[in-house]
Design a protein around this ligand. Sequence first.
Ligand SMILES: [Fe+2]
Length: 310
Amino acid sequence: MALRGVLRLGEVAIRVLDMAEARQHYGDRMGLHEVMEDAKGQVYYKAWDEHDHHSIVLRQTDRAGMDYFAFKVFDDATLDSLEKRIKAFGLAVEHIDAGVYPKSGRRIQCVLPSGHTMQLYAHKEQIGNSLGYRNPGTTPDEGVIRGFRINRLDHALLGGINIDENAKFFTEVLDFNMSEKLIDHDSGATLVVFLSCSIKPHDIAFVLQPEANKFHHVSFLLESAHDVIKAADMIGKYRIPVDVGPNRHGITRGATIYYYDPSGNRNEVFAEGYIYYPDTPTIVWDTSELGNAVFAQDNVVRASFLEVLT
Ligand SMILES: [Fe+2]
């Protein structure tokens, strides 16, 4: 498989209530690297093994949640071609000039049927992962991998309306594939869609909610399930509020722990899961096995996991 088109979730912009607390959480404790603070006081982070300048943007305001998410696409021609297809699908496209977002080339932006603001961009300044590109070795200097030992931004789960329409948009316009979905056992209604543009089991997912434009969680990739347990040790040490302790998803088969940032935004650290290829039929779960689908080590559905969104 030659990975072209949409490459990956490249940026998530999270609203926080108190930047000092957020900095302690995302930087000091989780171990993301702060790379910049802009003139508006927004703070930018990268995980160690990402090459682009940043993947997380924090903005202090009076309401938690997510401002927007952005996917990086392969090149400018991809951006132009996707713009045409987005317009043909019926969504309005807004142009954002290069440099409006720091270290970033031009972007296009649209509002999805679920109410979320999505951006696409082809260029962002690359600062590397500290190892270099010639004879890089395998191991960065002491302190580069730290905190929860996060390798990279992995995916996000967003809550909103019209998620079937979102799935149609991602599969027909952006060439994603639906790896898995969760449906209501009785009505057959779609409750969650898992969408992949890569060999990951999901790059983005949408859960049906009565309200548009909600944020369920942002997820960070760790090396192994063992590292999820080590992150859980740190989460306990620092008294970080936990939503769901270490477990394994039936959906994606990833090892997971969910916790909250000081503003109440849910975070996840995630590892493993299967390799996805786009010729794999969509896996369907229904609510008769909701516990197993979501938390397969104890098969218990947590009310907070379904109900708390920012
Ligand atoms: Fe997740």
